[in-house]
Design a protein around this ligand. Structure first.
Ligand code: ZN
Length: 165
């Protein structure tokens, strides 16, 4: 009987330890670290109210509202929060959704997480350098990737390629 009690106590201890580890791991994962980290007040001072709403509060701009939808020049689309180059004009396409769309990104510039804001899970992506939210990636894009990176235009800064050289 005693042996059994010791066994049960040990098992409870093991489960307790596992639960404790899990509880400790969760907040650590939630607090992602970025190269550029600013206080909320600093972001508010740097960004326009619309940029702040999208980059820092995971907002979404009104479809059809971005001047970048009509941007046809060659160049780079950079993060409006930290200037990290995110997309090349060669990967931009007209998706008909009302948001600037790309079939791929410059490699390694985004991190993903799943959000449930519209009940169905969506794959949110954010800038790897400043953590700014940019949009969602879907599986209905054109070849060669089949991906649609649906980006808020307000979160991007377009840098036209210098054609004079
Ligand atoms: Zn950024």
């Amino acid at each position: 009987m005693i042996d059994r009690r010791i066994l049960l106590a040990s098992l409870a201890g093991l489960f307790g330890l596992a639960a404790f580890r899990w509880l400790r791991a969760t907040p650590a994962q939630a607090a992602e670290k970025f190269e550029i980290e600013k206080t909320d007040a600093e972001w508010r001072a740097q960004l326009t109210p619309q940029q702040y709403e999208i980059l820092r509060k995971q907002g979404t701009e009104r479809p059809g509202s971005s001047p970048l939808l009509k941007e046809k020049r060659k160049g780079i689309f950079a993060c409006a929060g930290c200037d990290l180059p995110l997309f090349s004009s060669e990967t931009k396409y007209e998706s008909g959704t009302g948001w600037p769309s790309f079939f791929t990104t410059i490699p390694g510039v985004f991190d993903n997480k799943t959000d449930y804001k519209l009940i169905l899970p969506r794959s949110e992506y954010h800038c790897i350098r400043c953590g700014g939210h940019h949009g969602h990636v879907f599986d209905d894009g054109p070849p060669p990737t089949g991906k649609r990176w649906c980006n808020n235009g307000v979160a991007l800064r377009f840098l036209p390629r210098d054609t004079k050289k």
